[in-house]
Design a protein around this ligand. Sequence first.
Ligand code: CMC
Length: 431
Amino acid sequence: MAKTASLKIDDKPFDLPIMTGSEGEQAIDVRRLRAESGYICFDQGYGNTGSCESNITYLDGDNGILRHRGYPIEQLAQHSDFVETAYLVIYGELPTEKQRNHFGTLLRKNAAIETQMQRIFEGFPDDAPPMAMLSSIVASLAAHYPELATNNFERDLQNFDLAAAMAISKIRTIGAMLYRYQNGMPYVHPKDIPFCENFLHMMFSEPYKDYVAEPEIAKALNLLLLLHADHEQNCSTSTVRMVGSSAANLFTSLSAGISALSGPLHGGANTAVMNMLQMIHDEGDDGTRFIEAAKSGSKSSRLMGFGHAVYRNFDPRAKIIGDACEKVLAKLGIDDPLLEIARNLEQAALKDDYFLSRKLYPNVDFYSGIIMRALGIPVNMFTVVFAIGRAPGWIANWREVASQPKGRIYRPRQIYSGPVKRDYTPMGDRG
Ligand code: CMC
């Protein structure tokens, strides 16, 4: 017999079905509760709410586990690259050689930004926040390619392969172009070279001198993007699903995800970490004073790059990236004082009862900024790089929403806590 949970309200029992995920996760299905009892579930910030069934990513925050389509992140980090992992996340299986080549060709063919679209950049001040530019320009893809963005699930899914490749490739190109625009440098057009090498080429080439990435640099960028490829129902991915659930097209939904990612508590944390490390360095602190201040509980003095909404253990991505950081810097012969400060902070926090009792461990952003700095990527571009990496996860989640025959628009409820009914007062009677 199927397992149920019993809920009693004023002596009236309600039987609620129990759902079990493929990794044994359990949930109480409350979908019919309101219709049957008049009660809703209250869960501010959805911290204990499953908003969907998904077969893309499995995350166990208590045990530090992250798997995409069943494959552990550690194995993907060791053996795969960003483009292959993007394919896996979006399509559900590791590609065959033929599928990988086809996907790579689609990415390369759709990398360029046409002249008309390039003019959008000029409408922005050259000191505009990069994520604001990125989300606006990505939204404009729906206007430039209306045949791929019809706001009709069936039609948009027919063109999904092209739209998905276009989004991944163009988000990367737009990222590089907005960097060039902000720095007053001419745009560099994409070449017929691999994905990460192409990004670095478009970012760093000089007139008459193409930037050719060292293999270590391209490998480090590949790892960084791969580690960001998807992360279950985080704030930006849930945003993409929510916007997509209204039948909004892929590009529009991605633009919303980019906006959600820009906040400092989400994707903006990598920038905040670097600013924090730089400030500690500039103040001549080795991290000791900062750690004490971070224990005040004030949101403005938090140890950025520590803590996570779902990991109550090590973020497995942080382990991989922390190790890679040492190796990349050593290979490139870079001695970055900020790495030493980061190590000091980590060691001090991992011995401190404040952090241990709250289960605050380094997250993916703690070391990712140091790697990006070593690659020559400026701090204000860090979250843009995160967005390039996260695009496959957003796309896979949009596709899942669009493909559900019985999917419904995301529409949570609330507990209203404002004034009760009152009558309109004319202006003259308002005192
Ligand atoms: N430094 C110091 N104290 C902290 C920190 C921190 N980084 N994070 C949480 N706390 C404390 C918090 O003050 C609270 O203490 P108390 O119980 O005494 O009130 C307790 O730990 C629980 O905090 P919370 O705000 O309830 O935790 P949360 O799960 O809601 O927040 C978080 C998660 C990621 C927003 C938070 O840990 C944080 O602000 N971290 C720093 C920002 C950061 O690194 N964000 C990147 C997240 S990973 C990238 C991504 O996936 O987007």
